[in-house]
Write a protein that binds this ligand. Structure first.
Ligand code: HEC
Ligand code: HEC
Length: 190
């Protein structure tokens, strides 16, 4: 393309854009406050719009959702204090075999992205002794066909998918979970 034809082509594009903008501006119908007039029009039509279908009425105080701590949906409740992540360095018991163990230390600012995985700084087999961290188990090096890889498996790369810190927050919903040892000892007692 020669310089002249390039100039002509870009001039056409600029002209086309300018005319579209001018057309939009003339049709926007902007009010003195800068607010489009449509909002006034829609408020007027809303007054005659058919009423919404009736919804089931929940008796006051019945508590819609335990996560809302029994408060009515139209009530604002004081949020609980921010919970702190536990940083005890003491491993917790696992509730069942193959449970991903919870993280016994804080993980603030531990970056996990395409270029770096902070967790593997300590938890890779090669570094674990230096940091006295438990190395990730062999399952973390297995691909979906159970083949062992030399480095962490892509499906185990984002640690927080499965491992989480624990906080000192009080549970909002009661939990009746019993591990298998408790179930077995209860059966034996009966
Ligand atoms: C600075 C080193 C270091 C880094 C970084 C680190 N950890 Fe740890 N991690 C440890 C050590 C040491 C332990 C052993 C318990 C302790 O001392 O806290 C541990 C324990 C754990 C455990 C408990 C294992 C078990 O058997 O109970 C899990 C799970 C864990 N870390 C996950 C993570 C995850 C996920 C990340 C990244 C978000 C991470 N760690 C980053 C050092 C580290
Ligand atoms: C898809 C879920 C998943 C992801 C992702 C995952 N883990 Fe695990 N992790 C587990 C499970 C399940 C176990 C317990 C059974 C096992 O060892 O496979 C475990 C065990 C561990 C243990 C204890 C090992 C032992 O021998 O006691 C450590 C430490 C750990 N993971 C760290 C990590 C780190 C660090 C990452 C990220 C690089 C990670 N995990 C990613 C599921 C996961």
């Amino acid at each position: 393309m020669s310089n002249t034809s390039r100039f002509v082509a870009s001039a056409i594009v600029v002209l086309a854009l300018a005319s579209v903008l001018a057309f939009v501006a003339s049709h926007r119908n902007v009010g003195p406050t800068g607010k489009p007039h449509e909002s006034v029009a829609s408020a007027a039509t809303a007054a005659v719009a058919p009423p919404l279908p009736a919804v089931a009425v929940v008796p006051a105080g019945a508590g819609l959702d335990a996560l809302r701590r029994g408060a009515d949906i139209d009530k604002e409740i004081a949020p609980p204090a921010m919970a702190r992540a536990e940083n005890t360095d003491i491993k917790r018991n696992r509730a069942y075999p193959m449970q991903p163990p919870t993280i016994p230390h804080t993980i603030d600012n531990y970056q996990i992205d395409r270029n770096s995985n902070r967790c593997m700084l300590c938890h890779a087999r090669a570094n674990a002794d230096k940091f006295q961290a438990p190395p990730v188990s062999v399952t973390h090096y297995m691909d979906r066909d159970d083949q062992f890889l030399a480095t962490i498996s892509p499906r185990r790369y984002f640690c927080n998918q499965c491992h989480v810190v624990q906080t000192d927050a009080q549970p909002l919903v009661a939990n009746g979970f019993k591990d298998i040892d408790t179930v077995l000892s209860e059966q034996k007692a009966n």
